[in-house]
Write a protein of this length. Structure first.
Length: 161
């Protein structure tokens, strides 16, 4: 009998990822965000009209915005971006509007301009990736993305000279 391997149960232990913006317990239904008005009912966040009597809470997107803690970051740059900034921002805002209808917690938090690049920060990974894909589809250029923190964050880059 081989002493080193008999009875040994090596296995990978999957570390549990902590997401402080994910609800730990179920919210009372219906619940409404006091900041943005989004409604939590039937286990989902929606833009439905809240009933008069609803529990008041703060949604995960509004908490992220208040904490200045984005889930998605998009870096935009290049000569083409500089020359077509207004047109590109229309595409970005239209993409956000469409995504927000399906996923109310996906929003643009803010943006900054520095060193010839613009950085857009979002409350969710879906919106960031969808903006990058829309830019790539519409204007081509160099597009890449990388998930981090167990798919709870994303960094997107789009650049065109």
């Amino acid at each position: 009998m081989d002493k080193g391997t008999h009875g040994r149960k090596d296995r990978l232990i999957k570390e549990e990822r902590h997401d402080s913006y994910r609800q730990k317990e179920k919210l009372p239904e219906p619940s409404r965000c006091g900041d943005c008005g989004v409604l939590y009912a039937n286990g989902r966040w929606t833009w439905a009209e809240p009933p008069e009597k609803s529990h008041l809470t703060t949604c995960p997107a509004c908490r992220r915005i208040a904490d200045h803690y984005p889930a998605g970051t998009i870096k935009l740059g290049g000569f083409f971006y500089d020359q077509h900034r207004d047109e590109i921002w229309n595409l970005i805002h239209n993409t956000e509007k469409q995504e927000k209808q399906e996923r109310p917690l996906e929003r643009i938090m803010d943006f900054t301009d520095a060193d010839g690049q613009t950085e857009v920060r979002t409350t969710g990974v879906h919106l960031a990736r969808r903006i990058g894909e829309a830019l790539s589809r519409s204007y081509h250029g160099e597009f890449s993305f990388q998930y981090g923190d167990g798919d709870k964050s994303i960094r997107v880059q789009w650049h065109r000279e």
